[in-house]
Design a protein around this ligand. Structure first.
Ligand code: HEC
Length: 111
């Protein structure tokens, strides 16, 4: 890897760290946070909790409730068995604990 790309990556990490701390979450040394997991796996199609594939099914509270999604378990269930157009996330791609972290992040972030 060239030095410049390392610098770019370090820069991106520094920025997300600042945003992360700024958002009031406590950073954890032991695993990834719901936020970083969300960015890694979900934000491609759900940027800012939206839905670029099906704009009627965003991750905002109003849409979730309209579709009877109320708890972390409901969200984890969708990750394991999603509707049309969404990637399936199984135990290998997103283990249970991480899935719950992501679900918790969604519920508290997108109102
Ligand atoms: C490839 C694009 C894509 C990715 C990646 C993706 N989703 Fe989705 N998601 C969709 C689509 C499309 C739907 C609507 C499916 C349907 O019609 O039921 C959806 C629906 C949902 C819903 C239901 C929303 C509602 O209002 O009914 C939840 C919750 C959800 N996704 C969570 C996630 C989580 C958590 C991740 C990451 C682990 C993720 N999605 C990654 C495309 C994606």
């Amino acid at each position: 890897m060239r030095k410049s790309s390392v610098a770019v990556i370090l820069h991106a990490v520094a920025i997300s760290l600042v945003l992360f701390i700024g958002s009031g979450n406590s950073a954890r040394a032991d695993g990834k946070s719901g936020e970083s997991l969300f960015k890694e796996h979900c934000s491609l199609c759900h940027p800012d909790g939206g839905n670029i594939v099906n704009p009627k099914k965003t991750l905002h509270k109003k849409d979730l409730e309209a579709n009877n999604i109320k708890s972390k378990d409901d969200i984890v269930r969708i990750m394991r068995k999603p509707g049309p157009g969404m990637t399936t996330f199984n135990e290998n791609t997103v283990p249970e604990k991480s899935a719950k972290e992501i679900a918790g992040y969604i519920l508290k972030t997108f109102k």
